[in-house]
Write a protein that binds this ligand. Structure first.
Ligand code: SF4
Ligand code: MG
Length: 327
């Protein structure tokens, strides 16, 4: 098949003084060649922990991947020795973050950082690696890239820095790019430019993208398929067009209704759903959304809802859709 990544029943827990936080608790999804897959949810829902788990970058302790499989090119990444995983990171699977300064070294010129990565993963000579780096900077729209490549990270604006990150992330032609809130820190115009750029380059290089965001508006313009996460689990999955016209899960509907609308006065544009996400310590076996759900029923407090396939590629975990009799 054309599946490039398959995550099965991933569980990533964190040990804290107050108990075990089940940040990711049974997450499954797949990524096909060339597609852009969204993982969306409020902060703390487990979406970043999911992506860090795929990269095997969970700080341990206190974190630990306690179960599941992450299949990439026929191998379970969770079983690879760290040495093999290190060669996959940056080469086959790369990642960009909201703040490029978390992955750029402020004391090294961009050229040094890019050339090192390219030499390490592609075995190019210094001169060829520099040419490749300049070419990538030019592709992401850095003006005069052959000069700017010798600048330091702080000499770029926020938007330009994010372009540099994208150039670095794609310089080894990875199969998968994981982008965790890549544009959240940028203003709206720059955000749109960066997203367009990512989409265009992913298409051009045939790179699959996992886009992590709290913003369904970002998902709408970028993704082929979307996974909605709540309290450490995926509660709905659908092709993006379908999600916006027939969202099934009450949480998804709430997210859609909270997408900032430019036709509303300023103060009302803020993202908010009444109530708080649940504490992920000692989460009872119930639907974790029920305290905030306008459609909650008695059964919702008694058990976690089973997964229901509504149609091909559209699944939901909510008691509203469970078979009669299973409630
Ligand atoms: Fe709401 Fe119940 Fe569905 Fe949970 S299972 S989202 S509480 S209706
Ligand atoms: Mg996050």
């Amino acid at each position: 098949s054309d599946t490039v990544l398959q995550v099965e029943d991933l569980r990533t827990y964190f040990r804290t003084d107050d108990g075990v936080v089940k940040a990711v608790d049974g997450v499954s999804f797949s990524v096909r060649a060339g597609e852009i897959v969204g993982i969306v949810g409020e902060s703390g829902c487990g979406k970043s922990v999911t992506s860090l788990s795929v990269m095997r970058l969970i700080p341990s302790p206190p974190g630990k991947i306690v179960g599941g499989r992450i299949l990439f090119q026929g191998k379970d990444l969770l079983e690879l020795p760290e040495k093999d995983m290190r060669s996959i990171r940056g080469k086959d699977i790369s990642m960009i973050f909201q703040d490029p300064m978390t992955s750029l070294n402020p004391f090294l010129r961009i050229s040094t950082q890019m050339i090192e990565t390219i030499r390490l993963h592609q075995g190019l000579e210094a001169k060829a690696a520099r040419e490749k780096a300049v070419e990538m900077l030019s592709l992401v729209g850095i003006p005069s890239p052959h000069k700017r490549i010798d600048a330091y990270p702080h000499q770029f604006s926020g938007g330009m820095r994010q372009r540099v990150m994208i150039a670095m992330a794609l310089s080894c032609n990875p199969k998968i790019l994981i982008a965790d809130e890549p544009t959240t820190a940028l203003d709206v115009t720059i955000q749109a430019q960066i997203l367009d750029l990512m989409k265009d380059l992913a298409h051009r290089f045939g790179t699959s993208v996992i886009l992590i965001t709290h913003d369904l508006g970002v998902v709408a313009g970028m993704c082929n398929r979307v996974h909605v996460m709540y309290a450490g689990r995926i509660v709905e999955e659908a092709p993006v067009d379908r999600l916006f016209v027939s969202a099934a899960h009450p949480y998804t509907s709430a997210l859609i209704n909270s997408v900032p609308r430019l036709d509303k006065p300023r103060g009302r544009r803020l993202f908010s759903i009444p109530g708080q996400p649940p504490n992920l310590i000692d989460l009872p076996e119930c639907c974790p959304f029920y305290p905030r759900c306008p459609k909650a029923m008695d059964v919702c407090k008694r058990a976690y809802p089973p997964e229901k396939v509504l149609e091909d590629g559209h699944t939901v975990k909510c008691w509203l859709y469970a078979e009669e009799g299973s409630r």
